[in-house]
Design a protein around this ligand. Structure first.
Ligand code: DC
Length: 232
């Protein structure tokens, strides 16, 4: 273990189940959790509130300064994932809106924003360990992590899960449209210049297609147990 503690990275496309698996693993091990997507979402929320435009230099500079000093905390929420706090404000629901999702993907392609968030993300590493969830955790932010996982699922399965989530919330959705959006977003994420989405060369690939959360969690726990960390 380094003086920052152990690090396990979970990367992969949206909708593969990373967030659920990452917070369950953090709970099981009693380690900290970094939901890096929430940082990009917070930059986007702040930008929307201030009407900052990612294509305007002065606005980008303001967003960069904000990103470098983000006062964000993740608090366990009775086994239901994490509450996200920006200073003292609970922004858990606000950062999940469609507006913020759209804006986050625009800010996330800005190299200066990614750079500003780099050190901020590394500050989350502390003993006994950190579970880091995102797109570039194993490739860029924690390249020295001792266990790297790449969580994926077919685009059809991710679209179906999203559709069911929206239906459960009472939102009318179109499965074909969700599927097309997922395929387009995958292509954008994989081809962007700054930190494109790809597995680290030393990542274990976990395909969650057809598996429930318990089955995928068990696959991950087997890898963690092999490191001797479950009993620590
Ligand atoms: O995982 P998410 O949907 O909360 O991520 C929000 C946005 O941030 C999404 O557009 C992907 C992007 N992101 C990223 O570029 N790098 C990360 N490490 C995490 C998220």
């Amino acid at each position: 273990m380094s003086e920052q503690g152990h690090v396990i990275t979970l990367d992969g496309p949206g909708g593969a189940g990373k967030g659920t698996l990452a917070s369950a693993l953090a709970d099981r091990l009693g380690w900290s959790l970094l939901d890096s997507g929430a940082l990009y979402r917070l930059v986007a929320l702040t930008a929307l509130r201030n009407r900052w435009d990612p294509n305007t230099t002065a606005d980008r500079t303001s967003a960069e300064q904000k990103a470098a000093a983000l006062d964000i905390r993740f608090l366990p929420d009775r086994g239901q994932g994490r509450r996200v706090l920006l200073g003292t404000e609970d922004v858990t629901d606000a950062i999940r809106s469609q507006n913020v999702s759209d804006a986050a993907s625009k800010w996330a392609v800005q190299p200066a924003i990614r750079q500003a968030l780099l050190a901020r993300q590394r500050e989350f590493a502390r003993p006994p360990g950190l579970i880091a969830d995102g797109r570039d955790m194993g490739t860029v932010i924690f390249p020295e992590a001792e266990l790297k996982l790449y969580i994926t699922a077919s685009a059809e399965e991710r679209a179906r899960r999203r559709f069911e989530q929206l239906s459960a919330l009472g939102v009318t959705a179109n499965l074909d449209r969700i599927y097309r959006e997922i395929v387009e977003r995958d292509a954008r994420d994989a081809s962007r210049e700054a930190a494109p989405l790809k597995p680290a060369v030393d990542a274990h690939i976990i395909d969650t297609t057809g598996d429930n959360v318990a089955t995928s969690s068990q696959k991950i726990c087997d890898l963690v147990a092999a490191k001797g960390w479950l009993a620590e």
